[in-house]
Structure formats: structure tokens, C-alpha cells
Design a binder for this molecule. Structure first.
Ligand code: SF4
Length: 365
């Protein structure tokens, strides 16, 4: 068995560490790029969401490098995500690929026995004993949390750094260094050393950069390709950004959901405007907007793929939050036809608006 995975931000780093630690054969496809998007768009239903198309592109790249199994996490609805695995497997079979799908659905939907049965399929390839396998999962989760922490620190500190571009450089070399290591213990050391570098970064605390929340559909906010590297762009502009949805957040949220203990602060914040679950992470998006206003951020940017059902609902609620909570919000919709120039112009205009708004507040207009 040779496993491949679809991309979603830095998940590939934790996946590599997990497979290295278990001693399982794997292929990490190239990061999301134009070719993956082109292939995915060619073979997917036209109206399906962007993440689905990119994932098809990832699978094909993995299969061409010898993968015969796709490992994928899923959900059983209510939005299209619950249909991804079945439809993607069908498309790949129609293309003539003989590929097995191991789909990790939430325990709530499959029951414990089936859940562990599917996890067991991945672990069966490993020659490690059960304790070592558990340790491998723990190491991968630790790496995922560290990577998220490093990314969060870099995104915030970019607004305060004394040496322009240092946060971007550190973040980029951290990803390269950790990915080039095949030793999980060494990978954790690398991650801790970068966290340390960021903790001791030379900053100017007198600066008051623009502070912007990044929220919306989880895949398009986490993965830089579909959002046209928005966080990198904002780092370059010296803006501090804050995003609550991360891969390790998703793991914790999924594990705590059956107990009703997941993301209480976000869900409570969303209650005033969207008290019911409608799929995807619409409630989290609404909660993030409310928290952005409470935390006195300058604005919020919502990003979602064209046709994303839960985020269309959030988008229709955001103007009310914007008025009531005095928070400027920009909504960006992305698909395979998104033009870079228009997208960038909208972001620049939004940053301009936030700057001017601050000036007006300062002179008391
Ligand atoms: S959350 Fe939106 S983009 Fe993601 S699967 Fe559901 S409808 Fe598609």
C-alpha cells in the first residue's frame, strides 16, 4: 500500500511525520498549483466547490507517483463535503485508476467499531507495535500544533517586526526545513527551534499595525493557493492577521464535538446571529466576526469558494454584524476563474479603507 493525501495548508507536514514515524510508504503530492487546479477542473462536475477540484488534482499527481490508496477525512453532511469521498472515488475509477479510499468519518456518523476499523487499515501497514503507533499519532499531532502556532505567531508579528520580511522568511524556511527531515524527532526539534526564533524576534511594540481577522470556509482560509496567498500578501503589507481555523483546531473540534465541548467561545459568539448548525464552518465564521469586533480588530476578511452553501449564508449575515458591531468586512469569493489583479485591487482598497477609518476616528469625524 502506498498512501497519498489531499492538500490543505500545512497538513502535509503532520501527515509526512505520521507516515515516517509509522514506517508507511507514502506520496505527498506537490503543493496545490495551477496544474492540480486544471486537472481537477477538467474531471470534476463544473458546479462543485473549488476544494473538491484541487483534491482531484492532488490525487492524480499522487497516483502518477505510485500511490494506490487515498487517505481522506470526511463528514457525513450536511454540505457537499459529505459527498466528496464517494464522488471522487467514482471519478478516479472512471478515469481508469485502481485506487482504494480510506475515509475517516466522524465517530458520531460511523460508530466506534467502523472508525477504528478504518484507522486500523492505515496502521496495518506499519510494523510498529500499538504503543509506538499511538506515539506516532501523538508526534504528528504535536507537529501540527507547533506548525499552527508558528504560523499564527508569524502572521501577528509581521505587523511589528523591525526587520522587514523576517517573519515571512522564517515561516518559509521553517516549512522547507521540516519537510526535508525524514526523522520525526528531528522534525519536532526543527519546529521548536523556529518557534523559539519567533519568540525572540526583534519587534517594535510602539507600532500599531492594521489588525485583520481571516475567516470563512476552512479549506480556502487554510490553504494558500485557493486564497491567492492572502496571508503572505498581508504580511508583506505589514498587517497583523488572526485566523482561528487551523488544522490542529479542526482535530480538537472534531474530537470534542461528540461531547458538546468544541469551540465554545466561537459558537457562543455566533449565537446572536446564527444559533443553528447549517454545515461547514458558517457558525465559526460568524463567531469570528463577532470576536474580531470584541477584540477591537480593524476589520475582517471572509473567503469562500464559489457556491459554498454555508458561507453564502454567513455572507448574508455579515452586513448585519458589520452595522451592529461596527466592523468593516470584505467577502472574497474564489474559484478557478478568479483573476489575480481584481482580487488584489479589492484587498488593497479594503486596507486603504481601514487606514482612513482609523484616521477619521483619530480626528473624531
Ligand atoms: S463547506 Fe462549502 S466548499 Fe466546503 S464542501 Fe461544504 S459547500 Fe463545499
Amino acid at each position: 500500500m502506498k498512501i497519498t493525501i489531499p492538500h490543505m495548508g500545512n497538513v502535509y507536514i503532520a501527515a509526512k511525520i505520521l507516515f515516517d514515524s509509522l514506517g508507511i510508504d507514502y506520496v505527498i503530492p506537490p503543493p496545490n498549483n495551477k496544474e492540480a487546479l486544471m486537472l481537477g477542473s477538467k474531471y470534476s462536475p463544473e458546479e462543485i466547490c473549488l476544494p473538491f477540484k484541487l483534491m482531484i488534482g492532488n490525487y492524480i499527481a499522487g497516483i502518477e507517483k505510485g500511490a494506490d490508496t487515498v487517505l481522506l477525512v470526511s463528514s457525513c453532511g450536511p454540505c457537499r463535503f459529505g459527498e466528496y469521498a464517494g464522488l471522487q472515488a467514482k471519478i478516479l475509477r472512471q478515469l481508469g485508476y485502481n485506487i482504494e479510499f480510506i475515509v475517516i468519518d466522524p465517530v458520531k456518523s460511523t460508530g466506534f467499531r467502523e472508525f477504528f476499523n478504518r484507522i486500523g487499515k492505515v496502521g496495518a501497514e506499519s510494523k510498529k507495535n500499538n504503543i509506538s503507533r499511538l506515539n506516532s499519532i501523538f508526534t504528528a499531532y504535536t507537529a501540527m500544533s507547533l506548525m499552527d502556532e508558528i504560523e499564527m505567531m508569524a502572521h501577528e508579528l509581521a505587523g511589528y517586526e523591525k526587520n522587514k520580511g523576517e517573519c515571512r522568511r522564517l515561516l518559509s524556511s521553517c516549512k522547507k526545513d521540516v519537510f526535508s527531515s525524514n526523522d520525526p524527532a528531528n522534525a519536532l526539534r526543527i519546529l521548536r527551534s523556529y518557534r523559539n526564533k519567533l519568540k525572540h524576534l526583534s519587534t517594535d511594540s510602539k507600532r500599531n499595525p492594521l489588525k485583520v481577522a481571516i475567516m470563512g470556509e476552512i479549506y480556502t482560509v487554510i490553504d494558500p493557493f485557493p486564497n491567492l496567498h492572502i496571508e503572505d500578501l498581508l504580511m508583506k503589507a505589514g498587517v497583523s492577521t488572526y485566523r482561528k481555523l487551523t488544522p490542529s483546531w479542526w482535530v480538537r473540534d472534531t474530537l470534542l464535538k461528540p461531547l458538546g465541548l468544541n469551540s465554545r467561545h466561537l459558537l457562543e459568539a455566533s449565537n446572536e446571529f446564527l444559533p443553528h448548525y447549517i454545515g461547514g464552518h458558517a457558525r465559526e465564521c460568524i463567531g469570528e466576526a463577532v470576536l474580531a469586533s470584541r477584540n477591537k480588530l480593524d476589520g475582517a476578511i471572509q473567503i469562500f469558494p464559489m457556491g459554498c452553501m454555508p458561507e453564502i449564508v454567513s455572507k448574508s449575515i455579515l452586513p448585519a454584524i458589520s452595522r451592529k458591531k461596527n466592523l468593516p468586512v470584505l467577502s472574497l469569493v474564489v474559484d478557478e476563474m478568479t483573476g489575480e489583479a481584481g482580487y488584489m485591487t479589492r484587498i488593497e482598497a479594503f486596507l486603504d479603507l481601514l487606514e482612513r477609518r482609523r484616521e477619521n476616528v483619530r480626528v473624531g469625524n
